[in-house]
Design a protein around this ligand. Structure first.
Ligand code: SF4
Length: 946
């Protein structure tokens, strides 16, 4: 009998499959890369990987085009023309390294802080920060100050963890999720997987976001509030919950500082600080004993309201008393905030009632006994199944730190932090509040490492990085009175300050993966001028720029020396617990990248270059006693053999001589082999009894101490009332030996409130809103990772240009229709763009996708590419300085220095379309020497059919 030949439904497409970690966004999913004849054929999600469990997004699959991008740099470059002209010659690595070594050696021997080292979306900050420390410069940060430091710092100063990398909703159990200011960005695949779980269980998802895109599009309720008013909205929810007595007081006195006493002594130097005993421990009023007691003692019943006498006769009140007093005030009532927020009072009241109902009437109980830090056994784990998540929409406002604290206050009040159904910490969090590491760099000296890492957490004015005259020690002015809690630095101020010589001139700017002449800067056109500006002697005001990147980004043209990096598929990397980990709430995890193909160009991984440079400079920790390199095998050698403290290194898995240890252990020379055998990741599953209440869970705290996550297995008490903030306020009131300048006192007094509060974004407060009545936002698209994605041949087909989205009703009011050209004007400048109307946006808000616009000629794209001719950046409109520019105050959150790029206000007016080209346009960059010709038709894949 005739039989049809069977169809081969799974033809072999590859002759080799290698595991590694995606780098097409910050999420770090596990991937399987299929390779045929030494070429990348196909990328697949790794089903066993803890981050993505097999899910691969469009960006991840398009990694092939990132790897084969014609924009890849091919060889070190030395500038030969004027800076900015894009004229280079190719040089050998030996010459490039010697140029860098000689320059940096001279700086290190004279004044190490004249090197400013800033990185972009670097995933190796524990190495780059450590390198800066060993070099001796405090001028180091990654792009966090431009991105989300408000979210990170507010969390770390309040609950000892934060959203995204440090925590996640309990996707398995939550019944109600509030998402604030989240586009389809960070933590992409885990959130998508999690939202799917919530949807499948019928949980309610509420999105609070001026724009209904990304995750908001699948939410059950969209609250399209006015940008920058989230804090007011949240505190109105707090008002309603307090009014309804819907707070978990038992939780608050056990796990937060609700019962700690705050000194009430207006005018005195310790007003508003915690009352402490002779040991310096905070005090509560124990209702059982009828006396003051150590607030951290296990068996006390702290009073949460009332006024109590201290031994010196002064009065003190519990933190919760202040909370109730503050937020029960009618100024926080829904009616009082509704108009400002653009949300009806009824909606606010209803959401508060829904939160209360789910938290208290639908509480869950896990039948899992656990033991708290004091040894008390609890038979069950109680859960308040309301979870919260927030990201850049909160962070990128100048009131973002206090707003994020308000969200944490809200989730603490209902007892929903690290309980079943609530927000959950991902190890190594929670950490002590704030983490113990202080920023180093108070003193610098030639050939001397810093006495700690450049970034850290300040506790009061004494920790600021200012000299005896109050002048900033860092070039970005982080940890000064302008940005005291600047835990991630102020990347957006580096070029502006270096150009202005304020607080001093630098010698060399070393940048890695930071597109600072384009989408990673505010005031882009002006930044380009600063990068090329010369002083009266004819020297560049920023004397020398070394740039490392894998691609011909806009920034390359402004470098004096270009060090070409590999793609993510050609390199070793570690996603380390010392850095930005990939853990989930049920267990710590880390991962590696391995080279799945060899570079076909003369490029080197930046991390290996940095270690090589360190050895050539004879930096401690990178050089043997005989002067030879300590890590001759580059980054892979460092990943295995470096120990940050005895027995703790970049990777936690397979430590010890035989690979049998986790977390701690001697160096294992075969560690990378063990990771590769385990599909390039390691994960430790917590026992059920360790998984919740991690801040007070004896078994978890002991595990965390063993792993080196925390110094001691002691409870971590959530700080609803932030004493470090009050210390800055007291300084502003004239107390203490370290005093702010007069010009800063009012800002410090108002912004450094120890309880969360709302204030109008700073730019709004300084401009005439009648001239700039609309808010303007950018969102990261789900299919791009900043400028990387918008040059990717496959991803460009999805979004090759951007438009300005305007609410349909607002467009009608302004006489605008789809595809009209408009002029968008802010206090800082004007751009010309095309619009599109939509309904899912707050009517007083316009917005666009981030980093789609490109400079003509950059990224090896055609000079008339749609990204260059029609795409645009809002960055041109955003100033790095507040509108009163003579003061040179950064456009930032006054607490953390977070770049406030969501504070932008504009007006839009219909304009002549002209040649239908967006403005501003800049001279096209010439083709970069050495790049391959970009094909006019992408025929990738055809080669596999031949
Ligand atoms: S979410 Fe990010 S890391 Fe994960 S597959 Fe997509 S691009 Fe890669």
């Amino acid at each position: 009998m005739f039989r049809e030949p069977e169809a081969n439904l799974s033809p072999s497409i590859a002759d080799e499959v290698k595991f590694t970690t995606c780098y097409m966004c910050a999420c770090r999913c596990g991937i399987k890369v299929h390779i045929k004849d030494g070429q990348i054929r196909y990328i697949e999600g790794n089903r066993n990987h803890p981050v993505n469990k097999g899910v691969l997004c469009g960006k991840g699959s398009s990694g092939i085009m990132q790897h084969y991008s014609p924009a890849r740099l091919r060889k070190p470059l030395k500038r030969v023309g004027e800076r900015g002209a894009g004229e280079f010659v190719e040089i050998e690595w030996d010459e490039a390294m010697e140029i860098a070594r000689a320059r940096l050696d001279r700086i290190r021997r004279s004044d190490p802080k004249k090197l400013a080292f800033f990185t972009g979306r670097d995933q190796s900050q524990s190495l780059t920060g450590w390198w800066a420390m060993q070099f001796g410069t405090p001028n180091f940060a990654a792009h966090g100050g431009f991105c989300s430091v408000n979210m990170a710092a507010a969390g770390l100063y309040t609950i000892g963890g934060s959203f995204w990398e440090f925590g996640e909703p309990d996707w398995e159990r939550s019944k109600y999720l509030l998402m604030f200011g989240v586009a389809e960005d960070h933590d992409s695949n885990p959130i998508k997987i999690g939202l799917g779980k919530l949807k499948a269980r019928g949980a309610k998802i509420v999105s609070i976001n001026p724009i209904r895109t990304g995750y908001a599009a699948i939410s059950d309720e969209w609250i399209g509030l006015t940008p920058g008013t989230d804090g007011l909205f949240v505190l109105a929810l707090v008002h309603e919950l307090l009014k309804a007595d819907a707070v978990d007081l038992d939780y608050l006195v056990r796990y937060a500082n609700a019962g700690w006493l705050v000194i009430k002594a207006p005018g005195e130097a310790d007003d508003g600080l915690f009352a402490r005993d002779a040991d310096g421990d905070p005090l509560s009023f124990d209702q059982r004993a009828g006396a003051l007691a150590k607030a951290t003692a296990a068996e006390i019943a702290p009073a949460v309201v009332g006024e109590f006498a201290l031994p010196d006769g002064r009065k003190a009140v519990p933190v919760f008393h202040l909370i109730a007093e503050r937020y029960l005030d009618e100024s926080y009532a829904p009616e009082a905030v509704a108009q400002r927020c653009g949300v009806s009072a009824d909606a606010i009241r209803r959401i508060a009632a829904e939160i209360a109902d789910v938290a208290f009437n639908q509480a869950i109980e896990l039948d899992v006994p656990w033991t708290d830090w004091a040894g008390r056994r609890h038979e069950t784990m109680r859960g308040r199944p309301v979870a919260m998540h927030a990201m850049r929409g909160i962070s990128a406002h100048s009131n973002g730190f206090q707003t994020c604290r308000a969200i944490h206050l809200l989730q603490c009040l209902i007892g929903a932090v690290d309980c079943p159904g609530g927000f959950r910490y991902k190890p190594p969090f929670p950490k002590p509040i704030p983490p113990a590491q202080k920023p180093a760099g108070k003193t610098t000296a030639p050939c001397t490492p810093l006495d700690g890492m450049p970034l850290g957490f300040v506790m009061g004015p004494e920790d600021l990085l200012i000299d005896s005259d109050g002048k900033a020690i860092r070039i970005d002015k982080a940890y000064t009175w302008e940005a005291p809690l600047a835990a991630h630095g102020l990347m957006h101020m580096v070029i502006s300050n270096a150009w202005a010589g304020d607080p001093y001139k630098i010698d060399t700017l070393l940048l890695y993966m930071a597109n600072m002449s384009w989408n990673s800067s505010m005031n882009t056109a002006r930044v380009m001028e600063m990068l090329t500006d010369k002083d009266e002697t004819g020297e560049y005001k920023i004397p020398y720029i070394i740039y490392s990147d894998a691609y011909a980004s806009e920034m390359v043209a402004y470098a004096d020396l270009v060090l070409p990096d590999t793609t993510y598929l050609e390199r070793w990397d570690c996603i380390s617990l010392l850095d930005r980990p990939i853990c989930d709430a049920d267990g710590p995890a880390d991962a590696i990248r391995q080279p799945v193909v060899e570079p076909d160009r003369d490029v080197r991984a930046f991390q290996s270059v940095l270690l090589d440079l360190g050895a050539r400079l004879q930096l401690p920790g990178m050089t043997r006693e005989d002067g030879a390199p300590l890590y001759p095998g580059g980054y892979a050698d460092y990943i295995v053999n470096h120990e940050r403290s005895p027995s703790i290194g970049p990777l936690a898995g397979w430590r010890g001589a035989n690979g049998g240890s986790e977390g701690r252990g001697a160096v294992n020379p075969a560690q990378l082999d063990a990771y590769i055998a385990n599909e390039c990741f390691w994960r430790h599953e917590l026992e059920p009894k360790q998984r919740f209440y991690k801040f007070a869970n004896k078994d978890y705290l002991e595990f965390a101490a063993y792993m080196g996550f925390i110094a001691k297995p002691e409870p971590i008490v959530m700080q609803l009332y932030g004493e470090p903030l009050q210390k800055f306020r007291l300084a502003a009131l004239g107390h203490g030996p370290i005093q702010p300048p007069e010009s800063m006192r009012e800002t410090l007094k108002s912004a450094f409130d120890p309880l969360p509060f709302w204030y109008a974004p700073r730019e709004e407060a300084q401009i005439d809103r009648r001239r700039y009545p609309l808010h303007a936002l950018t969102q990261r698209p789900m299919i791009m990772y900043h400028s990387w994605g918008s040059q990717n041949a496959w991803l460009r087909q999805i979004l090759g240009r951007n438009k300005l989205y305007v609410a349909t009703a607002k467009a009608r009011e302004l006489g605008l229709a789809d595809d009209d050209w408009v002029r968008v004007t802010s206090h800082n400048g004007s751009i010309k763009v095309q619009i599109k109307t939509m309904d899912g946006v707050n009517p007083e808000t316009v917005w666009t996708w981030n980093a789609i616009g490109k400079r003509a000629g950059a990224w090896n794209l055609a000079a008339d590419a749609p990204e260059a001719r029609k795409g645009f950046l809002l960055n041109h409109l955003i100033s790095e300085l507040l509108p009163n520019k003579h003061q040179r105050r950064s456009n930032s959150d006054p607490i953390t220095g977070q770049a406030a790029w969501f504070d932008l206000c504009v007006r839009i007016e219909k304009c002549d379309p002209g040649d239908e080209t967006s403005e501003p346009q800049f001279p096209a960059l010439p083709p970069l020497v050495g790049l391959v010709a970009a094909p006019s038709i992408n025929q990738f894949g055809a080669q596999f059919k031949r």
